[in-house]
Design a protein around this ligand. Structure first.
Ligand code: DP6
Length: 354
C-alpha cells in the first residue's frame, strides 16, 4: 500500500519519523487573537520561512507505553550532528509538547499511540526567533508521518496551530506565506503559500542582542493587544499594508517590502508598549541595531529591520547587501552573535523508519 493510501487511524507501519521545520519571520505580524485557545487571529499575517533556523524533531512510536516521553537532543539541530545523550527538558516544556501531542492524536484519529519525542533547535529558543513555530511545525509533520497520514500543507497548517502557536501554522510552508484572518468566528484559517522560496532570494541577518527567554510570552502579548489605544488604528491601516507586502513579494520589490515591514514592526512594538500592562520586548541593543540599519541605508545599502516578540533584530536585505550588513552589525557592541539566514523551502522529512 502506498503511504498516501493509508487512512488515518489504520495501522501505520511508520515507527519513527525525523523532521526539520524552519522558523519564520513575520513581515506583517499576528498580534491579537479572536480566540486565543484556538489561535484564531484578529488580522492576517505574512511571513518568510527561514532556511537555517530550524527545529529537528524525531517522533518514535512507543508500542505498549502508557505515557509520552519528551527529550531535548543534546547538540545542534543540524542534519548529521553527532548524537549525544538527550536531556530532560523540564516540566513546562514537557507539558506543552504533550498537550500538542494529545491534540494531534485526536485530530489524526490515533488516540491509542504514545510517542518518544526528541527535539533540538539550531538557534536560541524563546528569543524572538520563533522557536515555537518551528518546533510545533516539526512536531505536527512528524506525528502525521508516524500516524501514516500523508497530509496536505493546509492540513499540516491546522495541525501545527493546534499547539496554540499561531505562527507555527505558517512554518509548514516554504517561501512566502500568508495566514488569513477568519471570515467568521467558526472559521479555521489555514496558511497558504504566496510564492515559493526560489521566487526571490532574500537574506535575513539576525542580530542576536538577547539569547535568554523573553519576559512576556507572545500569548500574554496577544491577550493585552486590544488594550492599546493604537490597536484599532493598526487594524485600519493593515489592509493597505498587506496589499503592499503581497505586491512587493510578487514584484520582488525590496525597497517597497523593506519600508513596509520596518514600519509594521515599529507599529507592532508601539502597540505592545502601549498595552495595559505594557509589554517591552526591546533592549538597548535593539535600539542600537535599528540605528545601525538606518545608517546602512543612509550609506546606500538596502537593508530593513523587523522584530517579532523579542529583542533580536532581523535585518532583511538582498543577497548582494548581506556582506555589508553582517560587517556593520558585527561592529555593534551589543550584538552577541549574528545568524545569517535567508528564505527557505519549508519542512523536510529527513528519515522515516518502518
Ligand atoms: C510577534 O502566538 O505564534 O511573532 O508561539 O511564541 O511563536 P509563538 O507566538 P505566536 O505569536 C507570534 C507573534 C509574532 C508575530 C508573528 O509571528 O506573526
Amino acid at each position: 500500500m502506498s503511504r498516501s493510501a493509508r487512512a488515518a487511524g489504520s495501522a501505520s507501519p511508520v515507527r519513527r519519523a525525523t523532521v526539520t521545520a524552519p522558523a519564520n519571520i513575520a513581515f506583517v505580524k499576528y498580534w491579537g487573537a479572536r480566540d486565543l485557545a484556538r489561535a484564531v487571529p484578529v488580522n492576517p499575517s505574512i511571513s518568510m520561512t527561514l532556511a537555517r533556523c530550524v527545529s529537528r524533531t524525531s517522533v518514535e512510536r512507543l508500542d505498549g507505553a502508557g505515557a509520552d516521553e519528551v527529550w531535548l537532543a543534546a547538540g545542534p539541530a543540524e542534519v548529521g550532528a553527532a548524537a549525544a545523550a538527550p536531556i530532560d527538558p523540564g516540566e513546562a516544556f514537557r507539558r506543552r509538547v504533550t498537550a500538542h501531542l494529545g491534540e494531534l492524536r485526536r485530530r489524526l484519529g490515533v488516540e491509542g499511540q504514545r510517542y518518544r519525542v526528541t527535539t533540538a533547535n539550531s538557534f536560541p529558543a524563546a528569543a524572538g526567533i520563533a522557536s515555537s513555530a518551528s518546533g510545533f511545525a516539526a512536531l505536527a509533520v512528524a506525528v502525521a508521518a508516524v500516524a501514516g497520514r500523508q497530509a496536505a500543507p493546509e492540513e499540516l497548517s491546522a495541525l501545527a496551530r493546534a499547539s496554540g502557536s499561531g505562527s507555527a501554522s505558517r512554518s509548514v510552508l516554504g517561501g512566502y506565506v500568508e495566514w488569513p484572518a477568519p471570515g467568521s468566528p467558526e472559521d479555521d484559517p489555514r496558511a497558504v503559500q504566496l510564492a515559493p522560496a526560489d521566487h526571490w532570494d532574500l537574506r535575513d541577518v539576525i542580530a542576536v542582542v538577547e539569547s535568554g527567554a523573553k519576559e512576556v510570552s507572545s500569548l500574554d502579548g496577544h491577550r493585552r493587544a486590544a488594550s492599546s489605544p493604537h490597536f484599532a488604528r493598526r487594524l485600519e491601516l493593515l489592509p493597505e499594508r498587506l496589499r503592499r507586502v503581497r505586491r512587493a513579494i510578487a514584484e520582488r520589490d525590496v525597497h517597497a517590502l523593506g519600508e513596509t515591514i520596518e514600519e509594521e514592526a515599529i507599529e507592532l512594538h508601539l502597540v505592545a508598549m502601549s498595552s495595559h500592562p505594557p509589554v517591552y520586548y526591546w533592549n538597548p541593543g535593539t535600539v542600537e541595531v535599528l540605528a545601525a540599519v538606518r545608517a546602512l541605508r543612509a550609506s546606500g545599502v538596502p537593508a530593513w529591520s523587523t522584530m517579532d516578540a523579542g529583542a533580536n533584530v532581523h535585518v532583511l536585505c538582498p543577497p548582494e547587501a548581506e556582506e555589508a550588513v553582517a560587517e556593520r552589525l558585527g561592529r555593534v557592541a551589543a550584538v552577541e552573535r549574528l545568524i545569517r539566514d535567508g528564505v527557505g523551502a519549508g519542512p523536510r522529512v529527513e528519515e522515516v523508519v518502518e
